[in-house]
Structures are given as structure tokens and as C-alpha cells.
Design a binder for this molecule. Structure first.
Ligand code: CAP
Ligand code: MG
Length: 413
């Protein structure tokens, strides 16, 4: 029997957005673009490198991916809903379809998944955030202003008592949020239990003094125990948990968000994403990752600093990430976009201008590096937020706010 060859090209056809998961790939190749597009559609659905005697017309029609358009080096491929295995399979299986083998196809060259549009039936299998922007704001009693936070620095090395003191000082300086850094979990110098208990006490003390604050304790760990660790952290007083979504997996976020035992918001860090988001021609853009994180239930997600900070990422790409977090057309609560990485008071106005008020702006070095210490560093950040909220230029505001003035003097604006 002669193997059948099928054409995955459906160029110019209208797309039934409810029947397909549609992906935009940027392709850099020596092949004719149509051939590359077909190779991707085939590899990721019903084909492989050669025709198959086992592939029938009906299998191809039902499950074959369709190439809907090719514009320059951007190709749009639709995967039929039937290609996805949601109940068992979930995000790992989705990723193996839309972002799997295709990146390694030797003949093609470079491919970058720029965007993904999930169909309604696929989205309906997800629950999204339990708290989202509104839930965080409610818990913090902060209805309008951007949230302002810190990442306790140094990343590692402080004891639980020192961390709790840092958090308390941050709260006294006006911060609404603080968090563990991504490399800290349960090292001997700062055990999770002792740290969580000590920080919860600090936060209780702040509350008794009239200030609400949240600290995201990093519970990133293996999938076999993450729910249990989240449980323990809550029993020790954690009022927010943090997960590194790339290293733990989207399913870790989803498992936590959907488990009724998790009663605190989930802060989602994205450490390691740069390994595949940074190359503009190859890998996966942050935008699809942001969409997936929201579907899986992340209450807050790092989206970049819109061109202001230390990490790579540009204003328009970060803006797209932010839109994915807050897009009102999605059937999920909105995820709080978190702007972090090399932030200091002098750039807060720029971030607020680009992001609006629904953003959490946080600084590690930009708080702990303040010449006056953590409390004054936190005051400098809080004052910068207040200035941006009031629409007053930061240098103007600093004339009456000493901590901000010192920060601007040290780091500029
Ligand atoms: C920021 C940070 C965050 C980055 C990650 C750090 O500290 O704690 O992990 O924000 O980048 O270790 O760099 P600083 P992104 O405020 O001291 O820079 O948010 O882009 O994922
Ligand atoms: Mg960090």
C-alpha cells in the first residue's frame, strides 16, 4: 500500500475559533515557508517526516492541524480541539502539542511560539485564579493604588528572624507585599517552618498596628509533595504562597489553585523563562506562558518591567504579558501583573504610566539598597507609588519626602 501524503495548508480559509487552538509561530528557515508550515502542522498532529500507511483521510480530516495563514515569517496553525487531552493530560499535553517537537526539527531552523488563542471548550476546562486582582486588593484593603512590594534580599543567607524583621520594616515603610526570593525554599539556614512562623508573627504585629501586608513564602518543590507543603505553610501562618512556574510546571500552579485546601493567593514567579523567551527567533514568548498561568490559576505573575528594569524584555512585549493577565474577555478572574527586577523608586512612575494602576511593583535591591535601610527604602518605594498615583513628577514629590529624595539621589530617575 502506498503511504498517503496530505496537505495541511488551508490558506485563506476562515477560522472557527471555537473549534481550534490557534498558534502563531515565527519561523526562520531556508525551506519554503509553506513546506516549513506543513512540517510543523504534520509533526504536531497526524504526520511525521514521511507519508504513513496508517493515516486515513478521516483521521487526517478530524485531527490534522491546519495551516491557516502565512504572512512573512509568521505562520498561523490551528489544532482541532479533539487533539487535546484535558482531563488527563492537561497543560503538559497541551504544551507537547503547541510547543513540543517542532522546536527541534533539524530541517526547519528556528521557531518561536509567539501567541496562542485557546478555544472556548478548552478554556472551559480551567478555573483561573481564585483571588485575582480584586481578591488581592480586598485582602490588603487597597482598592486603587498599585501594590508595592519587596523581595527579601539577600536572596539567601538571612535567618528566619532576620527575614521577619525585614518584612516588618518593609511594612512599617508602607509596603503591601513581600516575598521570598526564588532560590530560597527550605535551606538549613532558613527553614520554611521557622521562616513562615516568624513572618506570620511580623505580619500579625503589623496588622495590630493597622497595616495589612502579604508575604509570599516560596513553596516551590517536587510535584509529589507541593500540595502537602502548601498545607503545612498555611498551617504555619502563610498568607500567600509562591511557586516558580517554569521549574515546578504549570500543573503545580493549577493543582494548588484548584485544591480547596489552598486558601491563600498564589504568587507566580517565572525563574528560568529567559532560557526560552529571550531569543526573538526561537523558543516560546512570555505571552503564551502568561495566558496559561492565568488559566491555571496564578493570582499574581511576573510580567517584566515594561522596559524599566534589569531583566531583558521590552515595553511592548511586557505590555502583551500584562494584557494577557487582565484581558476582560477571558472567562477568568484577572491575574495581578507583577513588575519586578532591577526596580527602584525612580522608575516607578514609568512603570505605572505603562501599566496603569492594576500592577504590583516590587523592588529587592531598590529597598534593601537604600542608604537608610529597609524601612526607609520601603518608604522611598511607597512614596514613589504615591507620587505616580497622584500624577505628581517624582522629583517634585521628593522635595517633601526625604526617603524618596535619598533614593533618587542614589539611583536616579
Ligand atoms: C528582583 C528579583 C526577581 C526578578 C525576576 C531578582 O530583585 O528578585 O527574581 O524580578 O525577574 O532576584 O532579580 P531586584 P522577572 O529587585 O533586587 O532586582 O520579574 O523579570 O521574572
Ligand atoms: Mg528573585
Amino acid at each position: 500500500m502506498k503511504p498517503m501524503e496530505y496537505s495541511y495548508l488551508h490558506l485563506g480559509e476562515g477560522i472557527d475559533w471555537d473549534s481550534y487552538v490557534v498558534c502563531d509561530y515565527r519561523v526562520t528557515t531556508d525551506m519554503p515557508m509553506e513546506k516549513a508550515a506543513e512540517a510543523i502542522a504534520a509533526e504536531q498532529s497526524t504526520g511525521t517526516w514521511t507519508g504513513l500507511t496508517t493515516l486515513s483521510q478521516s483521521i487526517f480530516d478530524k485531527y490534522g492541524a491546519k495551516v491557516f495563514s502565512i504572512e512573512g515569517n509568521l505562520i498561523r496553525v490551528g489544532f482541532p480541539n479533539e487533539d487535546f487531552s484535558i482531563d488527563v493530560g492537561g497543560v503538559p499535553q497541551i504544551l507537547s502539542v503547541i510547543a513540543g517537537n517542532l522546536f527541534g526539527l533539524e530541517a526547519i531552523g528556528k521557531v518561536r511560539l509567539e501567541d496562542v488563542f485557546f478555544s472556548k471548550p478548552i478554556k472551559s476546562m480551567f478555573k483561573g485564579p481564585k483571588f485575582g486582582i480584586e481578591g488581592l486588593r480586598k485582602r490588603l484593603g487597597r482598592p486603587e493604588k498599585p501594590l508595592v512590594g519587596t523581595i527579601v534580599k539577600p536572596k539567601i543567607g538571612l535567618s528566619p528572624k532576620e527575614m521577619a524583621h525585614y518584612v516588618y520594616e518593609g511594612g512599617k515603610g508602607g509596603l503591601t507585599n513581600s516575598k521570598d526570593d526564588e532560590t530560597l525554599v527550605n535551606q538549613a539556614f532558613c527553614p520554611l517552618e521557622d521562616r513562615t512562623v516568624a513572618i506570620a508573627e511580623a505580619i500579625d504585629r503589623l496588622a495590630s498596628e493597622g497595616h495589612k501586608m502579604m508575604h509570599a513564602v516560596n513553596i516551590s518543590t517536587g510535584g509529589h509533595e507541593i500540595l502537602e507543603v502548601a498545607d503545612r505553610a498555611q498551617s504555619w501562618g502563610a498568607n500567600q504562597i509562591m511557586v516558580d512556574v517554569i521549574t515546578c510546571g504549570f500543573s503545580a500552579v493549577q493543582a494548588l489553585a484548584e485544591d480547596p485546601s489552598v486558601k491563600v493567593p498564589i504568587h507566580v514567579h517565572r525563574t528560568m523563562h529567559g532560557a526560552f523567551t529571550r531569543d526573538p527567533l526561537h523558543g516560546v514568548a512570555m505571552l503564551p506562558l502568561a495566558k496559561l498561568t492565568r488559566m491555571c490559576g496564578g493570582d499574581a505573575l511576573h510580567i517584566g518591567t515594561l522596559g524599566a528594569g534589569k531583566m531583558s524584555g521590552d515595553a511592548s512585549g511586557d505590555r502583551n504579558n500584562l494584557e494577557a493577565c487582565i484581558d476582560p474577555d477571558q472567562p477568568f478572574k484577572r491575574t495581578m501583573p507583577v513588575s519586578s527586577g532591577g526596580v527602584y523608586p525612580g522608575v516607578v512612575g514609568k512603570i505605572v504610566k505603562a501599566a496603569g494602576m492594576d500592577v504590583q511593583i516590587q523592588a529587592g535591591g531598590g529597598v534593601a539598597g537604600h542608604p537608610g535601610g529597609v524601612r526607609k527604602g520601603a518608604m522611598g518605594m511607597s512614596q514613589a507609588i504615591d507620587a505616580a498615583f497622584a500624577g505628581i513628577p517624582v522629583a517634585e514629590y521628593a522635595k517633601n519626602h526625604e526617603e524618596l529624595r535619598v533614593a533618587l539621589e542614589k539611583w536616579g530617575y
